[in-house]
Design a binder for this molecule. Structure first.
Ligand SMILES: Nc1ncnc2c1ncn2[C@@H]1O[C@H](COP(=O)(O)OP(=O)(O)OP(=O)(O)O)[C@@H](O)[C@H]1O
Length: 237
C-alpha cells in the first residue's frame, strides 16, 4: 500500500532520517516506535507531504507519491492527531464532518457524524457540544470519529494515548484495534506506548539512528534483541 525506500532528511546538516526503508501492506496495522527525537514525526510528515525529503522514494499503491498522485492519497486517508486537535470554534459534529461538509449537505454530513460518534462510544447529545466542553478522553474519541468519518483506506494515529490515564488509554487502543479490524483500513501508528503497540499493531518497526533497526510481527517483538530496552510497560521517553 505504502512503500518507503532510502528516505533521507537532514536539518541544518544533521541527518534525522538516514535511509529509511519501510512498507505497509493493505489492511496491515504498523506501529513505528523509537525514542524521543528519532524522527518519527518527520517520517510521518514526509508521508503526508508536509516535509520534503532530501532523497528517497515514497510509493502509494505502487506509484510515486507526487503532485499527480497526492490528491488520490489525501482523499483516502484519515488522521488522529496527538491531543485530538479539534477546531475550537466548531461543534463536535462539525469537527467530525469537517471533510464531508465540503461535498454534501449539512443534514447528511451530520447524520454520518452522529453515526461515527456512536461508533467511538459518544452519544448524539455530544454532537452539538463545543470541544471545550469535552473531557480529554471524549476529545480523543471525537478526534477518532473525525479520522474515520470519510471511511479512509489509510489511517494515521499520532501518539493516540498521549495525555490519557491507563484506563482511557486501554479503551482508545481497543477502539482503534476494533475499527481497524472491522474497516480493513491500513493503519500506521506512531507511539511511545508499548501497550498501544501490543493492542493495535500487527507489525512494529523500530526507528533508531535514522534507520529502521528492527521490523517484524508484534508477536515476535518480545524476543527481538534490538527492542530489548523498550519492552515492558515503560514508555519510550
Ligand atoms: N522543521 C525542523 N527544523 C529543524 N529540526 C527539525 C525540524 N523538524 C524536526 N526536527 C528535528 O528532527 C529530530 C526528530 O524530530 P521528530 O519530531 O521527528 O522526533 P520524534 O521521534 O517524533 O520525537 P517525539 O517522540 O518526541 O515526538 C529532532 O531533533 C528535531 O529537533
Amino acid at each position: 500500500m505504502i512503500q518507503i525506500a532510502g528516505l533521507r532528511k537532514s536539518f541544518g546538516g544533521k541527518p534525522v532520517l538516514a535511509g529509511v526503508d519501510l512498507g505497509v501492506e493493505r489492511g496491515e496495522s504498523l506501529c513505528v516506535i523509537g525514542q524521543s527525537g528519532t524522527g518519527k514525526s518527520v517520517l510521518l510528515k514526509c508521508i503526508l507531504g508536509l516535509t520534503a525529503p532530501d532523497a528517497g522514494r515514497i510509493l502509494w499503491r505502487g506509484r510515486p507519491l507526487d503532485a499527480a498522485s497526492r490528491p488520490d492519497f489525501m482523499s483516502g486517508f484519515g488522521m488522529l492527531f496527538q491531543g485530538a486537535a479539534l477546531f475550537d470554534s466548531l461543534t463536535v459534529w462539525q469537527n467530525v464532518a469537517f471533510r464531508l461538509r465540503q461535498r454534501m449537505p449539512d443534514p447528511q454530513a451530520r447524520a454520518i457524524a452522529v453515526e461515527k460518534l456512536a461508533r467511538v462510544g459518544l452519544g448524539p447529545d455530544t454532537a452539538d457540544l463545543m470541544p471545550a466542553e469535552l473531557s480529554g478522553g471524549m476529545a480523543k474519541r471525537a478526534g477518532l470519529a473525525r479520522a474515520i468519518a470519510d471511511d479512509p483506506q489509510v489511517i494515521f494515529f499520532d501518539e493516540p494515548t498521549t495525555g490519557l490515564d491507563p484506563i482511557r488509554a486501554r479503551r482508545i487502543n481497543g477502539l482503534i484495534r476494533g475499527i481497524v479490524t472491522e474497516t480493513g483500513a491500513t493503519a500506521i501508528t506512531i507511539t511511545h506506548d508499548m501497550d498501544s503497540v501490543r493492542a493495535i499493531g500487527d507489525r512494529v518497526a523500530l526507528l533508531q539512528d535514522g534507520q529502521i533497526a528492527w521490523d517484524g510481527p508484534v508477536s515476535r517483538m518480545d524476543h527481538a534483541q534490538p527492542l530489548a530496552g523498550f519492552l515492558g510497560n515503560t514508555p519510550l521517553l
